[in-house]
Write a protein that binds this ligand. Structure first.
Ligand code: NDP
Length: 450
């Protein structure tokens, strides 16, 4: 007899969802977490980041509002207020996660877990057995080994800086880098974004990447592409002296590395239990999220599939329904929408133009680049870009992309249409909501010239 039907290792989005649903289906479930329930998304990721994006955007709103007749006297920004209010909300969410687990009848354990064998988990000196084990330990920031890297911070520390830096370098060109460059810049930090490649947001549609790079530069971010950091030193005043590959040097208060994340598999003794890992340390799983060991499964960032919270919860839910709810189903990784909460934000679903052209013989694209109605009264120079990618042979819309205000809110609805297989003719037949930016997705009639 095992102690549990299921032991989940890791209390983030994927693990908590799987534990809760499995318990709701009647399984006897335990979950263990070494830090705080909620995982990266709630504790040091999506949620606190989005709160900080709101904080950083206010300064534009203050300026824009004057053109609508408002006069206001904003005297400053208090970093400690933002951080403590943000922490209070994270505490609240952390407790909600625990309550949800508790209400579902899951046994909540605290401590560092590792596998003893394929049915046994050791957690702080205790050994517990289960018929099935789910690993959902997420990921952790990856920082390259360069001289002085210990003077840099990662996204783990950025949420707890004692004070707002006056100047900062952000290294990287992915989600976290452009989001934090926008947060710093919006809060008045002199911000440098250094990216090693030709253009930020590799993997996104080319026009979207270029448009965002222009927009963030207009807003004051010092974007330098094809730039690598050679070394970091600290001077007597605690400032970071950062040597770059072109021979120049920058001096800043803070250097944030957002150079990707690696799966959290060290110390779990996965290989000892027979679980195969990939070259980055990720757990290799099949479509059912099953590892090389029959009764051990893995979901979320630790599997290095698509590192997004809603994907981890989808995988965890599908796993729990399949194994404990008598409802076998697979997580569907096609057409997963995502947003980058840069300023302005980016949102996207499906293929970018470059990927679509590689996949389909005839591709049409439709773009609309404009100033939103609000900014016809302001001096804000922000411009919005929307783009549809169509497989010309089937008329199916295979990608939709946007840079501009409310991009994430708009793209969620577009993602439903694309998931349902909508054609360009369906977009054209849909009546727009006027006046809105979103209506542009229904009014793009003229193909882009290629
Ligand atoms: P990303 O993989 O998105 O970006 C990493 C960036 O770092 C890339 O620009 C990469 O360059 C660069 N890089 C990698 N190694 C080095 C190096 N040695 N030196 C210099 N630059 C380097 O990772 P993030 O850390 O930004 O985010 C991790 C994941 O978390 C994301 O991919 C996303 O899935 C998820 N996430 C989602 C968010 C959202 O939904 N809004 C927000 C934040 C994170 P190159 O392009 O050349 O490889």
């Amino acid at each position: 007899m095992n102690d549990f039907d299921l032991i989940v290792i890791g209390g983030g989005s994927g693990g908590v969802r799987a534990a809760r649903i499995a318990a709701t289906h009647g399984a006897k479930v335990a979950i263990c977490e070494e830090f705080r329930y909620g995982g990266t998304c709630v504790i040091r990721g999506c949620v606190p980041k989005k709160l900080m994006v709101y904080a950083a955007h206010f300064h534009e709103e203050f300026t824009d509002s004057q053109h609508f007749g408002w006069s206001s006297n904003v005297t400053g920004f208090d970093w400690q207020t933002l951080i403590s209010n943000k922490d209070r909300e994270i505490d609240r969410l952390n407790k909600i996660y625990e309550r949800l687990l508790d209400n579902a009848g899951v046994e909540i354990l605290y401590g560092t877990a590792s596998l003893v064998d394929q049915n046994t988990v050791a957690i702080d000196g205790r050994e517990l057995t289960a018929k099935t084990i789910l690993v959902a330990t997420g990921g952790t920031p990856f920082l390259p080994e360069i001289p002085g890297i210990e003077h840099a911070i990662s996204s783990n520390e950025v949420f707890h800086l004692d004070e707002k830096p006056e100047s900062a370098i952000v290294v990287g060109g992915g989600y976290i880098a452009v989001e934090f460059a926008g947060i710093f810049n919006g809060l008045g930090v002199d911000t440098h974004l250094l990216y090693r490649g030709e253009q930020i947001l590799r993997g996104f549609d080319g026009s979207i990447r270029e448009h965002l790079a222009n927009e963030i530069t207009k807003k004051g971010i010092n974007l330098q592409v094809e730039t690598d950091v050679k070394s970091i030193q600290v001077n007597a005043a605690g400032r970071k002296l950062v040597a770059l590959n072109d021979g120049s040097e920058l001096e800043v208060d803070c250097i944030l590395y957002a150079t990707g994340r690696k799966p959290n598999t060290a110390g779990l003794n996965l290989e000892g239990a027979g679980v195969n890992l990939g070259t980055k340390g990720e757990i290799i799983v099949n479509a059912e999220s099953q590892t090389s060991v029959e009764n051990i499964y893995a979901v979320g960032d630790v599997t290095d599939r698509i590192a997004l919270t809603p994907v981890a919860t989808m995988e965890g839910h599908a796993f729990a329904d399949s194994l404990f709810g008598n409802k076998p189903r697979l997580a569907d990784h096609e057409n997963v929408p995502s947003a980058v909460f840069s300023q302005p934000p980016v949102a996207s679903v499906g293929l970018g133009e470059e990927d679509a052209r590689a996949r389909f013989e005839h591709v049409d694209t439709y773009s609309s680049e404009f100033k939103i109605l609000k900014h016809t009264l302001t001096e804000n120079q922000e411009r919005t870009l929307m783009k549809l990618i169509v497989d010309a042979d089937s008329d199916k819309v295979v990608g939709a992309h946007m840079v501009g205000a409310d991009a994430a809110e708009i793209m969620q609805g577009i993602a439903i249409a694309i998931k349902a297989g909508a054609k360009k003719a369906d977009f054209d037949a849909t009546v727009g909501i006027h006046p809105s930016s979103a209506e542009e997705f229904c009014t793009m009639r003229v193909k882009d010239q290629t």
